[in-house]
Design a protein around this ligand. Structure first.
Ligand SMILES: Cc1cc2nc3c(=O)[nH]c(=O)nc-3n(C[C@H](O)[C@H](O)[C@H](O)COP(=O)(O)O)c2cc1C
Length: 258
């Protein structure tokens, strides 16, 4: 083991924080590591909103599927996949005139560009997670930032070619969070395949989910549910927040392509 492996393997999501602030020096170090992340074409196709206004944190705690710990996090960074900056720069650089001169079409950002910008934003975010962890600061991703696009666009002044792909909340973990058990992971043989994709069959699924099957919770909400597939479908995939996320992302894409 080395220190990097130690940080990577000991990380877990942290959702309750000490009241202690994150010092400007440590924040600067986390930002430095974030901005050193690899980036497609060295274009840095992302922006980060440092949410310091408590009233905005409180709004986000509600709009991101009612997760009150967001408002209690001392540091909240919202990662935007951002093609607006480059596209504005292209236009400011007279690319329209150049295209006319060369008789070639003027391209606009499309879905492929959005995916690339999302890669950039997420890779930078994960650098922030690991840098923070190395200073004993825990974090949690908030995927629900992709919901409620219209509200977030207004609240955060988001232009057309900016997609709020993820949010990170940071803070020093409480003792209870430090003591919390690690989440499980699927065995690597179900995740990594050699050379070609392998679709899993029923027997392999039974093996993959054997432990989850043994630990299947009981209770009223679980009535009629007899396996982890049904449980996950109900709890996540078909839950209201997933339906809202799909609607919201469709709206962002419509806007992106307009
Ligand atoms: C893209 C993404 C979105 C997530 N969104 C949320 C979220 O909205 N709320 C939350 O409490 N945790 C969220 N998480 C954290 C996961 O629940 C967590 O990583 C997972 O349960 C594994 O636990 P661990 O990080 O402690 O290993 C998210 C994680 C990722 C990668």
């Amino acid at each position: 083991m080395n220190q990097v492996m130690d940080v990577l393997t000991k990380r877990k999501s942290v959702r309750a924080y000490e009241t202690r602030e994150i010092s400007p020096e440590i924040r600067a170090q986390i930002l430095k590591a974030t901005l050193r992340a690899p980036t497609a074409g060295n274009m840095m196709l992302y922006s980060i909103l440092d949410i310091t206004d408590q009233s905005i944190k409180e709004r986000l705690a509600v709009t991101c599927d009612d997760q009150p710990f967001i408002a209690r996090a001392p540091m909240v960074w919202l990662f935007l996949a951002d093609y607006q900056r480059w596209y504005d720069y292209f236009l400011a650089s007279d690319v329209e005139k150049l295209c006319e001169q060369r008789k070639i079409p003027l391209h606009k950002p499309e879905e492929g560009d959005l995916f690339l910008a999302c890669c950039d934003a997420l890779i930078a975010a994960q650098n922030a997670v690991i840098a923070a962890e190395s200073f004993g600061i825990g974090s949690c991703y908030i995927g629900d930032i992709m919901e409620q696009y219209e509200t977030h666009r207004e609240l955060l002044n988001l232009p057309q070619y900016v997609f709020p792909i993820t949010m990170l909340v940071f803070g020093y973990p409480t003792q209870q969070q430090k003591d919390r058990e690690y989440t499980s992971r699927f065995d690597e043989k179900f995740i990594m395949f050699e050379n070609q994709y392998h679709r899993l069959n029923k027997d392999e699924f039974d093996e993959m989910f054997a432990e989850n099957q043994r630990r299947l919770p009981k209770g009223k909400a679980m009535e009629g549910i007899d396996n982890p597939g049904q449980a996950m479908y109900m709890r996540k995939f078909s839950a209201d927040f997933s339906v809202e996320m799909r609607r919201s992302v469709r709206e962002i894409l419509k806007n992106w392509k307009a």
